[in-house]
Design a protein around this ligand. Structure first.
Ligand SMILES: C[S@@+](CC[C@H](N)C(=O)[O-])C[C@H]1O[C@@H](n2cnc3c(N)ncnc32)[C@H](O)[C@@H]1O
Ligand code: SF4
Ligand code: SF4
Length: 290
């Protein structure tokens, strides 16, 4: 396992909006009370200005909410357009419309549509309607013509039957570049709220690989860190730069804990979702278009 520290994080997740227009039944965002925010455009600009010197950086433009709600969403995509190796985003697709197509095709390299099976969608992705969302996606795919890599994803919860996963795959496999089924990682944003079979703790690569910036500018550890807009934050990008925080004392201490597996970090200590390899937790299923 490569636990060297790159000069700059290889991946930066920027939460454009923590607000959301849906209430998906399995989404832990409802257990964090304060998620109604939008990143300030000047803060976004500051982050991008620093990251631009590292064009190999992978940008991810979503986290605990729906990014397309941001009034300056298109302006942000214009700012990052052509500047980075990869610019990825996931969306609930309810706000996908022609007005955004050009900005998306020029600004993103990868777009994931978060869905469910046609039968379950209206009960889980409340109050969205499957038929409307599906036709929005099909219209976009027609415009896109393969320029942005696309994915359809669903969350497999404790209630999801195998046949439902197979059905989802069969609906989307010829339409998008990748179909992905995520295993539900927690029921309420807290570790241990679902039974996780992984018992042998391993160092997690995330503190050596990426940072996550909440819409407030607070830096969190990874996509499993739902509620660190407080003393658990790794830093504040309103006050400091990415490199300063990445090479700062808090990160050094967290990496030491990962290397030695001697934890007292308020988030990582309790974690049951660590990443033993970059991008791989060994959960869920993915099918690529052949
Ligand atoms: C939190 S959402 C934010 C982006 C956007 N609102 C969306 O739905 O794509 C990011 C991804 O997390 C997935 N997700 C939500 N709750 C989850 C859970 N408990 N376990 C695993 N993935 C989850 C969503 O389906 C989506 O694909
Ligand atoms: S999964 Fe996405 S769309 Fe659904 S509630 Fe969570 S953030 Fe909102
Ligand atoms: S150990 Fe868990 S909480 Fe900590 S960085 Fe890794 S995945 Fe995130």
């Amino acid at each position: 396992m490569n636990l060297t520290i790159p000069d700059f994080p290889a991946r930066i997740e920027i939460e454009i909006a923590s607000d959301c227009n849906l209430r998906c039944t399995y989404c832990p965002r409802h257990f964090v009370n304060t998620l109604k925010g939008y990143i300030d455009f000047h803060l976004f600009e500051k982050i991008i200005k620093e990251a631009i010197s590292y064009p190999d950086t992978i940008l991810v433009l979503h986290r605990r909410g729906e990014s397309m709600l941001h009034p300056e969403f298109k302006k942000m995509l214009e700012l990052v357009s052509g500047r980075f190796k990869e610019v990825q985003m996931a969306t609930n697709a309810t706000l996908l419309n022609k007005d955004k197509y050009e900005a998306i095709v020029n600004g993103l390299t990868f777009l994931s549509f978060s869905l469910d099976t046609p039968e379950n969608f209206d009960q889980t992705r409340i109050p969205a309607k499957y038929s409307k969302v599906e036709s929005k996606i099909l219209d976009f795919l027609d415009y896109n013509k393969g320029r942005v890599l696309t994915q359809a994803s669903m969350v497999k919860t404790v209630k999801t039957a195998e046949e439902e996963c197979a059905k989802f795959k069969s609906v989307w496999t010829d339409r998008v570049d990748r179909v992905r089924i995520y295993d539900q990682h927690s029921s309420d944003g807290n570790f241990g709220s679902l039974k996780n079979p992984r018992v042998i703790r391993k160092p997690c690569v995330m503190p050596f690989y990426e940072i996550l910036v909440y819409d407030s500018g607070n830096v969190a550890r990874c996509n499993h860190d739902w509620n660190s807009d407080n003393s658990a934050s790794m830093g504040d990008l309103k006050k400091n730069g990415i490199k300063e925080i990445w090479h700062g004392e808090k990160y050094e201490e967290l990496r030491k804990q990962q290397r030695t597996l001697q934890f007292d970090d308020s988030v990582c200590t309790r974690c049951d979702c660590w990443y033993p390899e970059i991008g791989r937790q060994g959960t869920g299923e993915t099918w690529e278009k052949s």
